[in-house]
Design a protein around this ligand. Structure first.
Ligand code: NAP
Length: 290
């Protein structure tokens, strides 16, 4: 199938590569040209100079940029995706955004007989590189069914959770759940060190019981060593928690812990941790340790 991929960041670069490996004819666009050139050399695909040019012949267009404003920039305007797509094209957005922007683009696309689904992902850089992401989808059922077999090139699981916006709302739940778990793990390790215990031995023991989690399994060792230069950046997490807190104000849910952890992340940013992994919450607790 002829497909396009807009945004070759940490996530998009390998995802677009998996589409080539699955046998699709892929044309990419990336704002920074050097990345598009590197991608073309590595995967033997095509690149275009604008989003409009990249999508002109495609049946499905995948997008993975940063936030709401970035998404609007690649969608709208004279060189944007909506200026280039044929009618009946399906746009699949893997960016983590607000549910509002997903609904806005769905409505604008519909006016020109183009389909849109929101499809944020989880699984991180490793999930993208290994082609084992989880995709949370909102949109029309027929559009999801069209996208699902193509997305399986880079995803191990995808599910449609409702109308447009439902994918982004599900991703918000994902981030809300992670925030509290990481803070709990950070406090546990902080307490273990203060108590003079051997952190790795403690984790080896308690991870087998009810305290175990993905964060504990995958992050405890680097946290104990104070290594945070990897993983999902705190800047991105704060963007995601901000979106979730805005949505909560509208739907009346009470996210006291999420709001608190968001504040803790702002303190880690002040320590220089903008690009650190989200497990950097421990650095805030340990900063005054002699
Ligand atoms: P990234 O490495 O910073 O890449 C962002 C991509 O978007 C780059 O290709 C960038 O182009 C492009 N871009 C940003 N603003 C743009 C604009 N205004 N116009 C055109 N292109 C623009 O980010 P990422 O880690 O791949 O994350 C992408 C999305 O996935 C985010 O919404 C993030 O929250 C979400 N996500 C990330 C992870 C993760 O572990 N990294 C996990 C799950 C979800 P340039 O190359 O020119 O900068």
């Amino acid at each position: 199938m002829k497909v396009s991929f807009i945004g070759l960041g940490v996530m998009g670069y390998p995802m677009a590569g998996h589409l080539v490996k699955a046998g699709h004819q892929v044309t990419v666009y990336n704002r920074t040209l050097a990345k598009a050139e590197k991608w073309r050399t590595e995967f033997n695909g095509n690149f275009a100079n604008t989003p409009k040019e990249a999508v002109q012949d495609s049946e499905i267009v995948f997008v993975c940029v940063g936030n709401d404003d970035d998404l609007r920039q690649v969608m709208y305007g004279e060189t944007g995706i909506l200026a280039g797509v044929k009618s009946n094209t399906l746009i699949v957005d893997h960016t983590t955004t607000s549910a509002d922007v997903a609904r806005e683009i769905y409505a604008k696309a519909k006016q020109q007989n183009v389909s849109f689904i929101d499809a944020p992902v989880s699984g991180g850089q490793a999930g993208a590189e290994n082609g084992v992401l989880t995709v949370m989808v909102g949109g029309d059922l027929a559009d999801y069914e069209k996208a699902e077999p193509i997305m399986s090139a880079f995803a191990k699981f995808s599910k449609r959770l409702g109308e447009v916006g439902a994918g982004q709302l599900t991703k918000m739940v994902n981030q809300i759940c992670i925030a509290g778990v990481v803070q709990g793990l950070a406090e546990g390790l902080h307490f273990a060190r203060s108590a003079g215990l051997d952190g790795p031995e403690v984790i080896e023991t308690i991870s087998k019981g009810a305290a175990g989690s993905w964060q504990m399994e995958n992050r405890n060792q680097t946290m104990w060593q104070g290594e945070y230069e990897h993983g999902f950046a705190i800047d991105w997490m704060r963007k995601d928690l901000g979106i979730a807190l805005d949505e909560a104000r509208r739907n009346g849910s009470h996210l006291s812990l999420t709001a608190l952890v968001d504040q803790f992340y702002s303190e880690v940013q002040a320590l220089g941790g903008n690009r650190w992994d989200t497990s950097g919450l421990l650095a805030r607790l340990e900063k005054n340790r002699k």
